[in-house]
Write a protein that binds this ligand. Structure first.
Ligand code: SER
Length: 325
């Protein structure tokens, strides 16, 4: 047997006689999904990670077209495939959500209930669902935002994340559902573009620098936001999901911190690679959203409960983005 065949044998042996795990990723073609599917497949074996999306064309098998709003189709797939864990990554983000509030609420909440209810019925062992810095608002302490703070989100996306966090905790406390969650900061990646978020400028700027050596930021130069390299975000997700259930003490959603910077600081750091990078600033409606969010989060609980620690700092994130875009 060659090494590859050996590995597949070991994994399926473990899966058959050991953990018996099979994951389903909803929204697998999105910014997080693309990289999470690859990471899960490297760990569990390709055959044990099912990728689904509304648009499955870009996905590698095993993959299916699935609208997460379609509860019977979701249920059938979970049952037919013997799924044990769902990673629910379907959401309408902050900026798009403000343009179609009712749709955002419906999509973000109904799909969460579909998954939580399957877990409540005992069809799933574990669920991952991401929350966001958007769950916080203008009454939250902006610097070193504690895990437990006033929330009061101002966007439909943020309201759906805060409500979702509380529903996750409710399903855990009432029905014993093992649902786990992270409050992701703005996620920075080069493999797949984000869509419709307020933190997207921190990715757009790399593409614009490469193409035009100039960028017009839709956030003002001194708007500080918490951000994280996608590799750190994926590592945080896998660590949280691998932690023993009793270590996962926060059942709303964990603060996780990576880096924080302003558009001006990011541009200044990027000038190590693009010395003439020209910046201009034209804040739009996203400025008010960003201004209501934390600037830097305190993630003491994540560090203490399951050993979280980020690897990327601002310069290593910039170097990695420049190398790949
Ligand atoms: N990146 C998201 C957004 O900007 C925040 O979770 O909407």
């Amino acid at each position: 047997m060659d090494i590859e065949a050996n590995l597949i044998f070991v994994r399926s042996f473990r899966n058959t006689f050991g953990r018996m795990e099979k994951a389903l990723v909803l929204g697998a073609a999105g910014q997080i999904g693309t990289e999470l599917v690859a990471a899960l497949r490297a760990k569990w074996g390709t055959e044990n990670v099912i990728a689904t999306d509304l648009r499955p064309e870009a996905l590698e098998a095993p993959a299916f077209a699935l609208n997460a709003m379609d509860e019977p189709a979701l249920r059938a797939l979970v049952q037919e495939q013997g799924i044990t864990e769902v990673y629910h990554l379907v959401a309408m983000l902050s900026a798009t959500g403000e343009k179609m509030p009712e749709k955002a609420w419906e999509l973000n909440m109904l799909t969460l209930f579909h998954v939580l209810n399957l877990a409540k019925e005992g069809l799933l062992k574990r669920v991952f669902w991401p929350s966001s810095i958007a769950a916080f608002g203008p009454n939250t302490p902006a610097l070193d935002t504690p895990q437990y703070s006033p929330m009061d989100p101002t966007t439909v996306y943020g309201i759906s994340k805060l409500a979702g966090e509380l529903w996750c905790q409710y399903y855990h406390q009432k029905f014993g559902v093992d649902v786990r969650s992270l409050r992701y900061p703005g996620l920075i990646s080069w493999k797949t573009l984000p869509g419709g978020g307020t933190t997207d400028y921190a990715i757009d700027i790399f593409h614009a620098a490469r193409k035009e050596n100039a960028y017009t930021s839709f956030l003002s130069e001194d708007t500080r936001l918490p951000m994280m390299h996608m590799e750190d975000a994926i590592r945080a997700t896998l660590s949280l999901m691998e932690a023993p259930s009793e270590s996962v003490k926060v059942r709303t959603s964990y603060n996780v911190s990576g880096i924080d910077f302003t558009p001006a600081e990011l541009a200044e750091n990027m000038r190590r690679h693009y010395p003439d990078l020209a910046m201009s600033y034209a804040p739009d409606f996203r400025q008010a959203i960003a201004a209501s969010w934390p600037q830097r989060m305190d993630d003491a609980e994540a560090r203490a409960d399951w050993g979280w620690s980020p690897r990327f700092d601002l310069s290593s994130m910039v170097d990695d983005m420049v190398a790949h875009i």
